[in-house]
Design a protein around this ligand. Structure first.
Ligand SMILES: NC(=O)c1ccc[n+]([C@@H]2O[C@H](COP(=O)([O-])OP(=O)(O)OC[C@H]3O[C@@H](n4cnc5c(N)ncnc54)[C@H](OP(=O)(O)O)[C@@H]3O)[C@@H](O)[C@H]2O)c1
Length: 326
């Protein structure tokens, strides 16, 4: 495993992190025993960056990481997020107020038993709350030693600039993969100008880019069943792109998941992909991608096989898209 810096002045972390969301929410059943094995194996493979959020099982995912890895707390960067809340009727809403940031941090510290959070993100922004208010509250958490670094997720470049003027932002977390390249428009250059790391989420397209997801076999409540990219004609179209990717990966001598991850890693050493999996087998396959060096001919072949503009369907449902880009 190689290591990269988490933002200007930030700690060094493994170039591939582990996204832990699916262990607790959105992608089918939980299996805490298997997830704990995967978490420990990740640490043993040299992964030192674990990504979670309060919203991933309303605390379940944070607790799972703490239970599984807590005894080795000084070996990894624990990154969690706040902003989502559950209403009395069970629906979800976004609260990025300073008060909720502080309450959420204290609750995450209580749940995990950790004495600090290494990286604390605003998961989504409520456009009704000025970003300055949120970042001032997060900065007070840094001053108190409760968090080390501040992150933002799914914000606009303008919001990042305003936030960074209040307190240095270490990382912005955005979806980035062969399927989703919007960050290349303006976000990536803004991050580079400000010395902010780009943490790339869903780097294997929520599983689609691995060629191994069969939507008909996903459990009934799997969140991907309603995502535009995973439904109807869009799915057929996108699976044809994955077939082309699989062919290029075979020519490179790796799996499509590995090619997709090596492609993200090749976009710059300030980019930190956090592929998610609950299984040791996939984890080991993904980790091996860190050892693959793609030539410029490989990169071109991958981008030709999967032209980002050719991907059918938005990343989220219309309702989900409304929470992004603020
Ligand atoms: N900031 C945000 O708004 C946001 C949004 C989404 C995700 N995230 C973070 O980013 C992390 C990663 O994103 P993600 O989990 O959505 O998407 P992803 O990493 O692109 O894909 C995860 C899915 O792919 C499957 N998979 C992974 N490696 C595989 C392999 N080698 N072969 C076959 N299948 C494989 C996993 O299967 P299994 O689950 O069956 O192992 C899982 O279903 C999350 O865990 C979370 O921490 C952040």
């Amino acid at each position: 495993m190689k290591y990269r810096q988490l933002g200007a002045g930030g700690p060094s972390v493994s170039e591939l992190g582990l996204g832990c969301m699916g262990m607790s929410a959105f992608y089918g059943e939980r299996d805490d025993t298997r997830s704990a094995e995967t978490l420990l194996r990740a640490l043993d493979l040299g992964i030192t960056h674990f990504d979670t959020s309060y919203m991933y099982g309303w605390g379940h995912n944070e607790e799972l990481i703490s239970r599984s890895l807590g005894a080795r707390r000084d070996e990894f960067v624990f990154a969690t997020k706040f902003a989502h809340r559950m209403a009395a009727d069970g629906s979800r809403y976004v609260d990025s107020s300073g008060a909720w940031a502080i309450e959420s941090c204290d609750a995450a510290l209580r749940r995990t038993g950790f004495d600090h959070l290494d990286l604390f993100y605003m998961h989504r922004r409520n456009p009704g709350t000025p970003i300055e208010e949120t970042v001032q509250a997060m900065a007070s958490l840094v001053e108190q030693g409760k968090i080390r670094l501040i992150g933002l997720s799914e914000v606009s470049p303008a919001t990042l600039r305003k936030a960074h003027a209040v307190h240095p932002i270490a990382a912005v977390q955005m979806e980035y993969s062969l399927f989703t390249r919007d960050v290349e428009d303006e976000m990536l250059s803004t991050c580079r100008e400000l010395g902010v790391a780009l943490v790339a989420y869903s780097p294997v397209g929520r599983g689609l880019l691995t060629g191994k997801v069969n939507v008909n076999e996903l459990s009934k409540d799997d969140f991907r069943r309603v995502l535009p990219r995973f439904t109807g004609d869009n799915l057929d179209h996108n699976e044809a792109l994955v077939a082309a990717l699989t062919q290029v990966a075979a020519e490179i001598g790796c799996t499509p998941a590995q090619a997709a991850l090596a492609w993200v890693l090749a976009q710059g050493d300030d980019i930190l992909p956090i592929p998610g999996t609950k299984r040791v087998t996939y984890l080991e396959e993904n980790t091996a991608a860190a050892g693959i060096t793609l030539t410029s001919a490989h990169l071109l072949a991958l981008e030709t096989a999967v032209p980002a503009a050719a991907v059918a369907g938005t990343r989220y449902t219309a309702e989900g898209m409304l929470t992004t880009g603020h």
